[in-house]
Design a binder for this molecule. Structure first.
Ligand code: ZN
Length: 176
């Protein structure tokens, strides 16, 4: 079942999500909903549970691949449960990010270039990876959601000023 997205200004986006204790049929059904929701949007490359009103440490992602004809397609969706990010590199990188919960908005976000992650898959197995490039970025963006953190919290002071009115309007638009 496709679930509705919560938008910027919704208090649910600010909660610190709870760990998944056990992979139950209920968890499997939530994950299936999250994947279905992601696949229903052409431009979605990831959703955290908190963006769909679910208070659990789960996110789903799908990485983009460029086909030979220069078209964009996607890899198989991946399920990330109880992620733990460690060892952020001292090197930082700036990238423009958007968020499905803040439609039409983009800003520069500075994050570590590489980071280590440990997480569970849908079978409950623990997996460890050293993340680089765009994959590292996706994990850090979605993991932020599980801690109630949004890209607007990571904007530069200059951007905060610049986008203040736009963000105020967005909050009004979705929560009037
Ligand atoms: Zn987001």
């Amino acid at each position: 079942m496709k679930r509705p997205i919560t938008y910027y200004g919704d208090p649910g986006l600010r909660v610190k999500a709870k760990p998944v204790e056990k992979i139950t049929p209920e968890i499997e059904s939530i994950v299936a909903d999250m994947i279905e929701t992601m696949l229903s949007y052409d431009n979605a490359i990831g959703f955290a549970a908190t963006q769909l009103g679910i208070d659990l440490r789960i996110f789903v992602i799908r990485e983009e691949i460029e086909t030979s004809k220069g078209k964009i397609s996607f890899k198989e969706p991946e399920v990330i449960i109880n992620p733990i990010l460690t060892n952020p590199s001292p090197e930082m990188e700036s990238m423009v990010e958007g968020c499905m919960s803040i439609p039409g908005f983009q800003c520069e976000v500075v994050r570590p270039s590489t980071i280590h992650v440990k997480y569970q898959n849908l079978k409950g197995q623990w997996i460890e990876e050293d993340l680089t490039d765009f994959r590292a970025r996706m994990f850090m963006h979605e993991n932020d959601h599980l801690n109630g953190v949004l890209i607007v919290d990571r904007m530069t002071a200059k951007d905060k000023k610049k986008f203040d009115a736009i963000l105020k309007n967005l909050r009004k638009k979705y929560h009037s």
